[in-house]
Design a protein around this ligand. Structure first.
Ligand code: NDP
Ligand code: MG
Length: 381
């Protein structure tokens, strides 16, 4: 029986994780759940999964939940309690599904305890990949990716030698605007941008998919997860999202992992690796799918993707600046403060103006995230 702590249980990945856990009551026990403020959903989850404790980072929402559920479980509140949950509570696997930079600190706490981390929060590796890798080695921790592309690559690499990898091929659906002319980006609405053709995800990652920043973040994530230079990582548009990613080896062979676009499988794999457990999830019916297509991405149209390739070459805190600026820009777009086409402009501006530090330690990363947000605030966007 593995004890699981789920950070971000009210989100799209959090809910899917519970959909997996529900299927294996004799394999997994949920010991803790955390959310920011969506306590109605958390209350249902508490009643069903009976965790020992929950953390609600929003303090007034935590008080409200406490009065609603009595002593069904411990209700803790605030960011410090979130960190304490990761650093002190008893669990075997931390499922990291908080969105954005906020996911970094609790993940670091779990790494320092040598835990298995089933990691959905790609931003952790984007902003602090090098530091994370050092800590993982030092503390004998384990990061198993939940992101479907990285899970696919992880699965393709089982039994293989990393030295024999020629390149990683990350597939991208292209998002809702794959076939839209760039001149029309000016006027796309929030609803259009949120309307992903293949996946139902949280708002931030959905907008990232529309700008293709998501694929850019995933290139950086893959670079740190698999220790390969960006020149060995290629992005290919594959609109059906059936091939989740591929690995090409030095002899020219390509291995791919296929499946329906459903996060339950990569989540289950990250929880059970190296085992595979029988499940009843819907199977891929290839004749029904009929055709798989592939195209080169358009880097001029999707500037965010280009910027992500650039920052990893620059190194230092550049990926952290890119990530923070993107989080600010996406939030502003969702709140209708800027246009879709301005997202990449804001990121460009931050990359241009916020000072880059080479070889940053973790304090420098936190400082850089803060400075980038302040810069964009002061710049009056
Ligand atoms: P959601 O927005 O659906 O969920 C985010 C979760 O994090 C919620 O539980 C939310 O709580 C919580 N949260 C938000 N802000 C904070 C904060 N400041 N402190 C503590 N908790 C917070 O996101 P997704 O589930 O879509 O994505 C989660 C992560 O997984 C992202 O990094 C994303 O890139 C990655 N990912 C997602 C995929 C998907 O299919 N959704 C696929 C691959 C990767 P509340 O609900 O109360 O706001
Ligand atoms: Mg992905």
């Amino acid at each position: 029986m593995k004890k699981i702590l789920i950070l971000g249980s009210s989100g799209s990945i959090g809910v899917n994780t519970l959909n997996v856990v529900r299927k294996f009551p004799d394999k997994f026990k949920v010991v803790g759940l955390t959310v920011n403020s969506r306590i109605e959903l958390l209350e249902q989850q508490i009643k069903e999964f009976r965790p020992e404790f929950v953390v609600v980072t929003n303090e007034s929402k935590a008080r409200e939940l406490k009065s609603n559920i009595g002593n069904l479980c411990d209700v803790l509140s605030g960011n410090d309690e979130l960190l304490k949950a990761a650093s002190e509570r008893d669990y075997d696997i931390l499922l990291g599904a908080i969105v954005g930079f906020a996911g970094l600190q609790p993940t670091l706490e779990a790494i320092k305890r040598g835990k298995r981390i089933a990691l959905a929060n790609k931003e952790t590796l984007v902003v602090a990949g090098e530091i994370v890798n050092k800590l993982v080695l030092e503390h004998n921790a384990e990061i198993i990716p939940v992101d479907s592309e990285h899970s696919a690559i992880y699965q393709c690499l089982v039994g293989e030698n990393l030295n024999e990898v020629e390149k990683l091929i990350l597939t991208a659906s292209g998002g809702p605007f794959l076939n839209k002319d760039k001149s029309l980006f000016e006027n796309v609405t929030v609803d259009e941008a949120l309307n992903h053709p293949n996946w139902k995800m949280g708002n931030k990652v959905s907008i990232d998919s529309a700008t293709m920043m998501n694929k850019g973040l995933e290139v950086i994530e893959a670079h740190w997860l698999f220790g390969l230079p960006v020149k060995k990582i290629e992005v290919v548009i594959h609109p059906q999202s059936i091939i989740h990613s591929m690995v090409q080896f030095v002899d020219g062979a390509i291995k791919a992992q296929l499946g329906l676009p459903d996060m339950k499988l990569p989540i289950q794999y990250a929880l059970t690796f190296p085992e595979r457990l029988q499940n009843d999830f819907k199977r891929t019916d290839l004749p029904v799918i009929n055709a798989l297509n592939f195209f080169k991405p358009d880097f001029d149209k999707f500037e965010c993707l280009k910027l992500a390739f650039e920052v990893i070459k620059v190194g230092g805190t550049a990926p952290c600046i890119l990530n923070a600026a993107n989080e600010v820009a996406v939030e502003k777009f969702i709140n209708k403060k800027i246009k879709f086409s301005q997202i990449s402009q804001l990121i460009n501006k931050a990359l241009d103006k916020v000072e880059n530090h080479s070889d940053p330690d973790i304090e420098t990363i936190f400082e850089c995230d803060k400075k980038t947000r302040e810069f964009l605030m002061d710049a009056g966007f």
